[in-house]
Ligand binder design. Structure first.
Ligand code: SF4
Ligand code: SF4
Length: 366
C-alpha cells in the first residue's frame, strides 16, 4: 500500500500520531465544465468563477512542497479534462511528490482525451495506479438531460470500456451520486448499468450541500432510502463477485473494500440527523486546493480558508503547518465537526484506531 517513495514508517507515524502532513489531497484543477448539472456546487453565473487557474509553473512549485506522506491526489473540477495540460499536471505530481495513486473524477464527455491520458500516464510511471470516477447518475436520456450534454451517457460507457482494456493499473469506476433528481429511480439505474451495460465497478456517494447547491428538504428521506438500498446492493453483488470495485486479492483492495462498508454505515447514521461519531482529520491528513490556489481543510467549511498558495510562494507545507491551519484543526476537533463528506471520511477511518480492528479483520477474513 505504501511505496518506497513515501517511507512506510514515516507515513504510519504521520497517520497515527503526528497527523501534520496530508496523505491525500483533492486538487480542483479548474471550475470550467461543459456540463451544467442542477446539483452542481459551482456558480456558473459568476464570470470570476473561471478566472486565475493555477498555471503549470505554479503547480510545479506547489508539488515540490507537499510533504513526504502524500499517497494520493484526486484531480477534479469542474471537468478536469477541460484543462488540456492535465497530463503535464499529473506528471508533475508523479515526479515531484510521493503519490502512488491518482484519482480523476470526470464526466467522461471526452473519451479520446481520457484514454490518451491514461495510456500516457501509466507509461510514464510503472508503479502509478489510476482510478477514474466516471459520473453516471441516471438512465441515458435523463442523464444527458440533467447534465445538459447530448450523448453523454454513451460517452461514459465508451470511456469506461476503453479504460478497462488498457492495463490492470487503470481502474475505471462508475460513480453514482444519489441526489434529488435520481433518488426515486436508483434501482432502475443500477439494474440497467449492471445488466444491460455490463458495468462491473460501481461506487456511490450521497449529494451534499455545497457552494450554490442545497438539497431540497422534502427529498432528503428519499435520498437516504435510495442510498441505503444502493449501498446494500453494491455490497451484495461484491460478495457474489458480480461487482469488482477493488482487487480483493490485494491488501489494499481488501482495506478499501472494508473502508467503504464502514463509511456507508457512518453516512447512514449521520445523514438525516447529523451527529458526531469520530474525529475528522481534514486539515491534518486531508486537504483541498482550489483552482485558484486556495487551501482549505475540506470542501464543506467554505469560510475556513487556511491560506493562499500564491501569497505563500506556492509553499503548501508552510500553509499546512502555519498558525491558521493549527487553529482550524483545533476548531474541527473542539467543535466535534461532522458531516457526510466521503473523501474526508476515508482518511478519518484509516487514521482512527477505533476502526483498525474491523479493517484488520477484513484482511484475515477474505
Ligand atoms: S459534471 Fe461535475 S463539475 Fe460539471 S456541472 Fe456537473 S457536477 Fe458540476
Ligand atoms: S467533518 Fe466535514 S465539515 Fe467538518 S472538517 Fe471534516 S470534512 Fe470538513
Amino acid at each position: 500500500m505504501i511505496t518506497k517513495k513515501a517511507k512506510f514508517l514515516r507515513v504510519l507515524n504521520n497517520v497515527y500520531f503526528k497527523k501534520n502532513e496530508p496523505v491525500s489531497i483533492v486538487h480542483f484543477l479548474t471550475n470550467r465544465c461543459n456540463a451544467r448539472c442542477s446539483f452542481c456546487f459551482i456558480d456558473f453565473d459568476d464570470p470570476n468563477t473561471f478566472k486565475n487557474e493555477l498555471d503549470l509553473d505554479e503547480i510545479d512549485k506547489l508539488t515540490k512542497n507537499l510533504g513526504s506522506s502524500l499517497l494520493n491526489v484526486n484531480l477534479t473540477g469542474g471537468e478536469p479534462f477541460a484543462r488540456k495540460d492535465i497530463e503535464e499536471i499529473a506528471k508533475l505530481y508523479i515526479k515531484n511528490t510521493t503519490v502512488q495513486s491518482i484519482y480523476v473524477t470526470t464526466n467522461a464527455s471526452l473519451p479520446d482525451r481520457v484514454e490518451n491520458f491514461a495510456k500516457n500516464i501509466i507509461n510514464y510511471d510503472k508503479n502509478i495506479e489510476l482510478t477514474f470516477q466516471i459520473s453516471i447518475d441516471d438512465m441515458p436520456q435523463e442523464h444527458d438531460r440533467v447534465r445538459k450534454i447530448s450523448n453523454l451517457f454513451q460517452n461514459c460507457l465508451d470511456t469506461y470500456q476503453r479504460l478497462k482494456k488498457i492495463d490492470p493499473r487503470v481502474n475505471p469506476v462508475v460513480s453514482i451520486t444519489v441526489n434529488h433528481e435520481n433518488c426515486e429511480n436508483i434501482q432502475k439505474i443500477f439494474e440497467y448499468l449492471t445488466n444491460e451495460c455490463e458495468v462491473e465497478s460501481i461506487k456511490c456517494t450521497i449529494v451534499r450541500d455545497e457552494g450554490v447547491y442545497k438539497t431540497p428538504d422534502k427529498k432528503k428521506k428519499k435520498i437516504f432510502e435510495a442510498y441505503s438500498w444502493l449501498t446494500n446492493k453494491i455490497n451484495e453483488l461484491q460478495k457474489e463477485g458480480k461487482l469488482n470495485n477493488y482487487n480483493t486479492n490485494s491488501l489494499q483492495g481488501k482495506l478499501h473494500n472494508q473502508k467503504d462498508k464502514i463509511s456507508w454505515e457512518l453516512i447512514k447514521k449521520m445523514y438525516l440527523e447529523p451527529k458526531y461519531i469520530s474525529p475528522c482529520h481534514a486539515g491534518s491528513l486531508f486537504g483541498i486546493i482550489t483552482a485558484k490556489g486556495l487551501v482549505y481543510p475540506c470542501e464543506i467549511l467554505e469560510e475556513k480558508i487556511i491560506g493562499d498558495l500564491r501569497k505563500n510562494d506556492m509553499d503548501f507545507m508552510k500553509i499546512w503547518k502555519g498558525s491558521i491551519a493549527k487553529k482550524t484543526k483545533e476548531f474541527i476537533l473542539k467543535t466535534n465537526c461532522n458531516c457526510s463528506y466521503e473523501c474526508a471520511l476515508t482518511y478519518n477511518i484509516l487514521g482512527n484506531w477505533r476502526y483498525q480492528p474491523s479493517l484488520l479483520s477484513s484482511i484475515i477474513k477474505y
